[in-house]
Unconditional design. Structure first.
Length: 460
């Protein structure tokens, strides 16, 4: 395979030349470790990956995105980069700016990436569900005096209690918290305000490159609140993951995945437990599948109108038994957890491969479920301490189904009383759900030194 020639709409290829791929930073170290596992072996012969090892920092210690963008431009010019690989939220922003500026690159516009990235504008502009989640908004005032806290609380409390507080720009769940009273909300804002502000320092590219007249608060540190959705209630919703690849305006849908739900009964009382796992095929009625597909497709059409194209996109929705569909989150990139599940259970399901194909103007094959049942269980803990106190990393490294997100020398840090940490996951395949759960429990026994720190089922 080959080197790209010409422009976005007329790409040609020369035989026997590698495609130069810039892995757009910032990326965590595991990106390098897992990158090659994302592809089929025969695909790796087509690419030469380029990494920027040293990322510039501001005086405050966070990434200097303005300087990083210029370094990326320089590498693109000097190395003759043919295409971009983005896997993190921040890297999609840099990728979008480069793709708009350099004709040979194909991908989403900065505006469409922003509409996925900023939760306030996602719900305001993109959300087309019939029963949208009530959402309140407040600019973040980090002065944290009594007057500013009172003003923020008054803006955020109309969603009711319990409620959920989120930064409008996500950071892997950081800053996400549940509040039950006004006083609790104030304490959360005090504890997380500076951390949210620091994260927004990495979004200065929006201030420079985004239309500020159209999105006046697009670069301003802010938070939203929404009603808390209790998935463990008997009439609670399913959390559904949806994924698609957009190719020249065409929407190619991936199969749905759902949360794993177990119903138990004791003394005539039923209890619903949502496990920290997702599965495929999705456990949904045909009407539910129809409705969520319609909502997702409508929202993708809106994003396409704002320039989202030639990329993979991921969404999360709450789906109720009565047919209600509510948008929870949207990401302008593939979901790493779903990716591993698709690779095992869906023919033509590799979302990384699909993203690389559309980047060189090749339509991905339509994905189809291959008849296998797959399940991903993520290792989520609310405890803190050295990672090697909780995980047998030597055992984990030998198990193909396990993907760790931290290294043995790292420390698990619980940032607040409302937050835990997702440190890895395992993806298994079986003939049914029970077999998958059995395989997961077997792997847990091999790698977890403190299994009680990582909840899975009540039976454990």
């Amino acid at each position: 395979m080959s080197m790209l020639q010409c422009g976005k709409d007329d790409m040609k290829m020369e035989d026997d030349k590698l495609l130069n791929v810039l892995v757009v930073p910032p990326f965590i170290e595991r990106t390098k470790e897992t990158l090659f596992r994302n592809f089929a072996r025969n695909e790796m012969a087509y690419y030469k990956f380029h990494f920027i090892e040293k990322v510039p920092l501001c005086d405050c210690g966070v990434v200097d995105f303005v300087a990083l963008l210029e370094i990326c431009r320089q590498v693109v010019d000097e190395e003759g980069i043919d295409m971009l690989y983005t896997s993190e939220d921040e890297s999609t922003i840099i990728g979008a700016i480069l793709q708009e500026a350099i004709p040979r690159f194909r991908g989403p516009s900065l505006e469409s990436v922003f509409l996925c990235d900023n939760k306030y504008y996602t719900h305001k502009v993109v959300d087309s569900s019939w029963w949208p989640l009530k959402t309140c908004y407040s600019v973040l005032d980090t002065s944290q005096n009594d007057e500013s806290l009172e003003k923020m609380c008054n803006a955020l409390l109309p969603v009711g209690t319990p409620g959920v507080l989120k930064p409008v720009i996500g950071n892997g769940g950081s800053g996400f918290a549940v509040f039950h009273t006004k006083d609790e909300l104030k304490e959360i804002l005090k504890k997380t305000g500076n951390r949210i502000q620091e994260h927004f320092d990495t979004k200065k590219l929006y201030e420079i490159h985004l239309d500020q007249d159209k999105y006046p608060n697009g670069h301003v540190p802010a938070v939203i609140s929404q009603p808390f959705v209790d998935m463990n209630k008997l009439d609670g919703p399913m959390l559904v993951n949806v994924e698609a690849c957009i190719y020249n305006g065409e929407i190619i849908l991936w199969p749905l995945t759902t949360s794993v739900v177990k119903i138990s009964e004791f003394n005539g009382i039923k209890k619903r437990q949502v496990l920290p796992a997702i599965q495929i095929p999705a456990e949904l009625a045909d009407q539910q599948v129809k409705q969520i597909t319609e909502v997702f497709t409508n929202e993708l059409q809106k994003l396409i109108e704002h320039g989202f194209d030639n990329s993979v996109i991921h969404g999360e929705y709450f789906v109720y038994n009565d047919g209600q569909v509510q948008l929870f989150d949207m990401n302008p990139r593939y979901c790493p957890v779903c990716h591993w599940l698709y690779m095992k259970t869906v023919d033509n399901g590799n979302t990384v491969t699909a993203g690389m194909q559309v980047a060189i103007n090749i339509r991905p094959a339509t994905p189809k479920i291959n008849g296998k049942v797959g399940m991903v269980h993520w290792l989520y803990t609310e405890q803190s301490g050295p990672a090697n106190y909780f995980i047998d990393f030597q055992a984990a490294e030998k198990i193909e189904e396990v993907q760790m997100r931290i290294s043995p020398d790292e420390v698990i840090v619980r940032e607040s009383a409302m937050e835990g940490m997702d440190i890895g996951f395992m993806a298994v395949v079986g003939s049914n759900q029970s077999e998958c759960i059995s395989k997961i429990n077997n792997i847990r026994q091999q790698i977890l030194l403190k299994p009680d720190a990582f909840k899975f089922t009540n039976a454990q």
